[in-house]
Write a protein that binds this ligand. Structure first.
Ligand code: ADP
Ligand code: ADP
Ligand code: ZN
Ligand code: ZN
Length: 881
């Protein structure tokens, strides 16, 4: 069989013998130029087919065509296990982002709208009279030309104050008055150098002259002097007098300089964390946090500087620019040279782009930037660039993201928001003849927003593209031209094509778990809402778009918080509530605090956001508040499902208790891949090593010594129930649940993971590979495996996102048992089937961003459904039928 496409006119994509992961040697034919939806329970093999096989093969062929010499790269990227694929067009994949994201990228940069805005300011901005004209890069804080000279484009300055560095001024320097100094030998050395420089380190800090204190803390000088080790000032003087040979020579560094240099340069996370505690962050006094140089900020468009414009919600930005374009076009029509000016400005833009990009200026026509503020040239630039901006903003707003601003940084976006932004950007890229492979584009979307999403997908299809979409939304399934149901179960119990054909035909397929959800029959049982055990009154809550909101939340029941995307659900449930309840109840547990803070978080890029509000009500029954969100559970591959839940500790103990391990003296630590001892020394327990490739991005490849097992062969000689420790890590949660039969401490963690729909994860699956929803469910399982005392308030953010209906039903059933045990659950939820199963519903809205942020309606599901107000009512009504 050949993997080459023999006929470019073939109308189908044909797959023969796909065996990637759990796929059971499947054959499949799906149409091109159609919306093909892949369904199935979590772990059934949808992604292995859509991404692991179809997209991977398309990518492999692409790599082969652009870089035939890069065989090695292709080998490492992995060749999908499939006999042949024919008819597959070039593919573009949009997967949910996993793991961390850069704080430096923003909505503006990932959509490339920012560069258009900078061009607009450069060419069409209003300049003060005496202000020289600027290039597009002058409006970017990420360039040397544009950055504020004071804060280098960061917008904040780090201050290191005496208060922080010297928390207890009654101590002497020898008694470690300067808390920010390094510990151990370097601290001693700095002290000895101070003595050598003639400072007394044995008087209380507060009794040193201010001049001395200031020099020690703030000097930028770095004197290098001979030192007598461990002496007092009088002893040192005597030693010099007596001509005693110095112990060594050392350099002094001011305490502030030490903190700043270490923070900026250290590669060690713990060092960085240590010095970070001595830093305070203040907005830059020159740019006031706007990050740009004063000249750039003096240029305005419609009365706003570029930083202010970047903070506008995109919907508002679009209106503002549309109006400017209209006015500019109107003014242009009044001039005789309008048409000419428009042609001319297009030509000049092209030239200036070249000049801006560093090219030569010799070809430049008269520079539009040197023309007066209301010149024809500027009007034309406004009309042209403005129209382009409005055009590119439209699909983003249509996808329900009009509440975002250009300046919003990517770490504050949900995975779904990020994916929809990328989708909207694709829409204006005018590609055709490609297949888009998408991973749950409906994630985070309210049913009302799903309608808009379907419109966008239809648009891509009309332009001659194919869409392969992995989805859990029944609305998207019903809209599909072709449905591929994989299953019936997860892992070994899945991996077969249960159905492939037009959606209607699924109705006949009894084996399909999906069928009952598309055509009715399956679902959560009808329930009578529980009676609240009490109420919490939240008053004057202010956070993001929530402005002075008052909300009553019932205790001892299951509350679903719903509303369109951007209405403020997360702001309430993941941000305001944990913080406000934390003030009342000291023991708020942030699940992610279990892991040490990661270095990125220490960049302190985000100012603490405003939060106001009070909580009243009877909290006597609530002893713990547990907030479980979708933040990653760790950003290193060293953290995995087994280590995070703690079950790996028990497993390692089992291995250490075997007779062979005892005989060899192996302790539980021997079976860890995170510490030296039993792990593979070559890859330090990572299982993979990085290979640098000339001209190409580096890739990870299996460690040649341990072959990816992470362990030394001697460690793998220890066998428990016929398996070595690496084989255990390779098991899925479900396999492990069978394997560890009777081992109750281990079974409890595994059962909790299965309850939250994660039975398909491998125990050793690195945390970095988990989606936001999976990470949240791992945290939830970790929490559920504890003994329940019925006194906990759980705050969850879209716990069912990324789950097949059947999996989310199981999760919801579990949440119900938590509530039956006396706990309270408050969950953001968008699946109206789940909302219908809640006891209480809070519908936020009515719209997104500034158009939302209020409680539109609340009550039992039936009350909200029949309220006739809010975006959720009609969908909830349908779900209650
Ligand atoms: P779905 O997309 O339907 O949730 P997946 O295709 O992700 O399912 O997973 C199908 C099966 O393949 C599961 O049993 C999963 O554990 C396994 N699997 C997924 N990724 C890998 C991998 N990188 N290595 C080994 N097994 C994997
Ligand atoms: P939902 O959860 O309903 O989709 P969010 O609570 O995420 O909505 O967002 C509500 C509003 O608050 C939006 O206008 C959003 O842009 C804004 N917002 C949310 N998080 C942040 C943040 N970290 N910084 C600034 N604005 C934010
Ligand atoms: Zn500044
Ligand atoms: Zn190794």
């Amino acid at each position: 069989p050949t993997s080459r496409d023999p006929s470019p006119v073939q109308q189908d994509v044909r797959v023969l013998g796909a065996r990637e992961h759990n796929l059971q040697n499947i054959d499949l034919t799906v149409p091109r130029d159609a919306l093909v939806v892949f369904t199935g329970v979590s772990g059934s093999g949808k992604s292995s087919l859509a991404f692991g096989t179809l997209f991977a093969e398309s990518q492999r062929r692409y790599l082969e065509s652009v870089a035939p010499y890069a065989r090695r790269l292709i080998d490492q990227a992995g060749v999908p296990d499939v006999d042949s694929i024919t008819g597959m067009p070039p593919a573009v994949a949009l997967q949910q982002q996993r793991g961390g994201r850069s704080a430096r990228s923003s909505v503006g940069s990932i959509t490339t709208l920012s560069s258009l805005v900078r061009m607009l300011y450069s060419r069409a901005g209003h300049y003060p009279d005496d202000q020289p004209m600027l290039y597009a890069e002058d409006f970017s804080a990420n360039t040397v030309q544009g950055a504020c000279p004071e804060c280098h484009g960061i917008g904040r300055v780090y201050e290191v104050t005496e208060d922080k560095m010297v928390p207890d001024p009654s101590r002497t320097i020898r008694e470690r008055a300067i808390a920010s100094w390094p510990t151990a030998w370097h601290g001693h050395q700095l002290r000895d150098v101070l003595v050598a420089l003639g400072y007394d380190v044995d008087v209380p800090w507060k009794d040193l002259p201010k001049e001395d204190r200031d020099w020690i803390l703030y000097t930028e000088e770095t004197p290098y002097v001979p030192v007598h080790s461990r002496l007092t000032l009088p002893e040192a003087r005597a030693a010099i007098e007596a001509g005693v040979e110095p112990s060594y020579s050392g350099t002094f560094v001011g305490a502030r300089r030490y903190v700043l240099d270490t923070f900026a340069n250290t590669k060690s996370g713990s060092m960085k964390r240590r010095v970070a505690q001595f830093l305070t962050v203040a907005p830059c006094t020159v740019c006031h946090g706007k990050r740009l140089k004063p000249e750039a900020l003096s240029v305005t468009f419609e009365g706003l500087d570029v930083a202010e414009l970047s903070e506008l919600p995109l919907a508002e930005l679009s209106t503002l620019i549309e109006e400017a374009v209209e006015r500019a076009t109107g003014d242009l029509d009044g001039t005789e040279t309008a048409g000419q000016a428009l042609d001319e400005t297009a030509r000049r833009d092209a030239v200036q782009q070249r000049v801006d990009a560093g090219g030569s200026a010799h070809a430049a026509a008269p520079d539009v930037r040197k023309t007066p503020n209301h010149s024809v040239e500027k009007l034309a630039a406004t009309a042209r660039l403005g129209a382009e901006l409005v055009n590119r903003l439209r699909p983003i707003i249509d996808l329900g993201l009009g509440y975002l601003s250009l300046g919003r940084t990517t770490p504050t976006l949900s995975g779904g928001e990020l994916q929809r932004l990328r989708l909207a950007t694709q829409l204006t890229s005018e590609l055709f003849g490609v297949v888009y492979v998408l991973d749950e584009p409906s994630a985070g979307l309210h049913p009302q927003d799903v309608t808009a999403l379907l419109g966008i997908l239809d648009g891509l299809k009309r332009r001659g593209n194919s869409l392969f979409v992995v989805e859990h939304s029944v609305d998207v399934m019903r809209h599909a031209d072709w449905l591929v149901d994989i299953g019936p179960g997860a892992g070994e119990r899945g991996g077969r094509v249960i159905y492939s054909g037009p959606t209607d035909g699924l109705a006949e397929v009894e084996e399909s778990v999906t069928r009952g959800y598309v055509f009715g029959g399956s679902g959560l049982p009808r329930r009578t809402p529980r009676e609240p055990q009490g109420w919490l009154q939240l008053e004057h809550v202010t956070r993001n778009n929530l402005r002075d909101v008052s909300i009553s939340l019932p205790l001892g029941v299951f509350t679903a918080v719903t509303g369109v995307s951007g209405s403020g659900k997360s702001s309430l449930v993941s941000q305001a509530l944990p913080a406000l309840l934390g003030e009342r109840r000291a023991r708020t547990v942030q699940a992610e605090d279990a892991a040490a803070p990661e270095e990125d978080e220490l960049l302190l890029t985000d100012e603490p956001e405003e939060l106001e509000g009070t909580v009243r009500g009877d909290l006597s029954g609530v002893r713990r508040v547990v907030s479980i969100d979708q933040k990653p559970i760790g950003r290193t591959p060293r953290s995995n499902v087994a280590t995070y839940t703690g079950l790996f500790d028990h497993v390692r103990r089992r291995f250490a208790e075997t007779p062979e391990a005892r005989a060899r003296g192996y302790k539980p630590g021997r079976f860890s891949f995170n510490v030296t001892g039993g792990r593979c020394p070559t890859c330090k327990g990572e299982g993979s090593v990085m290979v640098e490739l000339l001209f190409l991005p580096s890739v990870y490849t299996e460690c040649p010594d341990c072959h990816g097992t992470r362990y030394q062969s001697s460690t793998l000689e220890i066998i428990w129930r016929g398996r070595d420790i690496a084989e255990i890590l390779a098991m899925s949660v479900e396999e492990a649940h069978d394997f560890f039969h009777g081992e109750f401490d281990i079974m409890r963690s595994l059962a909790a993971l299965i309850d939250v729909g994660l039975g398909y994860l491998r125990l050793g699956q690195p945390a970095t590979e988990l989606s936001g929803g999976e990470a949240q469910r791992v945290k939830l399982a970790t929490e559920l495996q504890r003994s329940q005392r019925g006194d906990t308030l759980y705050l969850l953010d879209e716990p069912t996102s990324g789950l097949h209906c059947a999996d989310s039903d199981r999760l919801v059933a579990h949440l119900q048992t938590l509530v039956d045990a006396g706990n309270t659950v408050v969950a953001v939820e968008l699946d109206m089937r789940v909302v219908a199963a809640a006891d209480h519903v809070v519908d936020l809205g009515p719209g997104a961003g500034d158009d939302g942020g209020t409680v539109v309606t609340s009550g039992t599901p039936a009350q909200v459904a029949s309220s006739g107000v809010g975006a959720s009512a009609p969908y909830l009504e349908a779900a209650l039928q």
